[in-house]
Design a protein around this ligand. Structure first.
Ligand code: ATP
Length: 253
């Protein structure tokens, strides 16, 4: 087990649900999580026996050199990829107990993603891009969706630009749209893969400041994968990876 792991009790085998007291403190638990590619002598362990607990409301960065397993960890937490052994438990759910349809539903309901390329839909306005995840979830009227979307757009400073198309926005503004789009779902975890990689340092700082603000206001858990010194500066905890293993955890103020 790596240092600082806060698992308080074993998770029952084959149960999809984590005991309530573990669930209360840890929104993400990786238990001996391993993701291997290939077989035999050519097998690569992108992630190799990682134990990690991330508590609700954390602002954590996974750091490490290229190929150290950061994206693979994020993808497993985000139910995009599955461990070949070990467990990944997110928001009290053991992901290995879910079939692919349920994994998709889980991702839709509980996970927000922010990418370095923003990944906005070019033909939709700012408002429509932010509305999209709620439409996919279904079950809400346009008015109910507007009640969720407008305060979030206000919060990220985009209310006045809601009718613009992504190409009419700066990089920083586009990343704000991506953040708003991830937030309207009120996800259990917001995963950000190199979110500042395409931004200049002033804009990157603004975006990190905004994310930290949202982290404090909404209590959303942010997990980053990044090489960026700025991201590391803002993170409360750095999880250092090398060759798929945790080599250290640094707690910040
Ligand atoms: N689909 C795949 N097939 C084979 N090997 C893979 C695959 N995906 C990742 N890997 C390998 O797993 C290791 C970890 O990759 P990963 O993308 O998680 O690293 P990373 O730390 O995010 O790197 P970067 O900072 O460059 O994005 C690397 O050696 C990579 O080549």
């Amino acid at each position: 087990m790596s240092q600082n792991v806060q698992v308080k009790s074993p998770v029952p085998e084959s149960s999809g649900v984590v005991p309530e007291h573990v669930n209360k403190t840890s929104v993400v638990l990786l238990q001996q999580a391993t993701r291997a590619y290939g077989a035999g002598e050519t097998a690569v362990k992108a992630v190799d026996g990682v134990d990690l607990a991330i508590e609700k409301g954390a602002f954590v960065a996974l750091t490490g050199p290229s190929g150290s397993g950061k994206s693979t960890c994020l993808n497993m937490i985000g139910a995009i990829d599955s461990p070949t052994s070990g467990k990944v438990i997110v928001d009290g759910v053991d992901l290995s107990t879910l079939d692919s349809r349920r994994l998709t539903d889980f991702r839709k309901e509980r996970i927000g993603f922010i990418f370095q390329e923003f990944n906005l839909i070019p033909v939709l306005t700012v408002y429509e891009n932010v509305e999209l995840p709620l439409q996919i979830q279904g079950g809400k009227s346009r008015g109910q969706m507007a009640e969720i979307i407008n305060p979030v757009l206000e919060r990220v400073g985009l209310k006045h630009l809601s009718h613009r198309l992504p190409r009419q926005l700066s990089g920083g503004q586009q990343q704000r749209v991506a953040i708003a789009r991830a937030l309207v779902k009120r996800p259990a975890v917001l995963l950000a893969d190199e979110p500042t990689a395409n931004l200049d340092s002033t804009t990157a700082r603004e975006i990190l400041h905004l994310m930290k603000d949202l982290n404090s206001t909404f209590g959303t858990t942010f997990i980053f994968s990044s090489h960026d010194q700025l991201v590391m500066e803002y993170a409360n905890r750095l999880v250092k990876l090398r060759d798929g293993k945790i080599t250290g955890i640094e707690e910040r103020g």
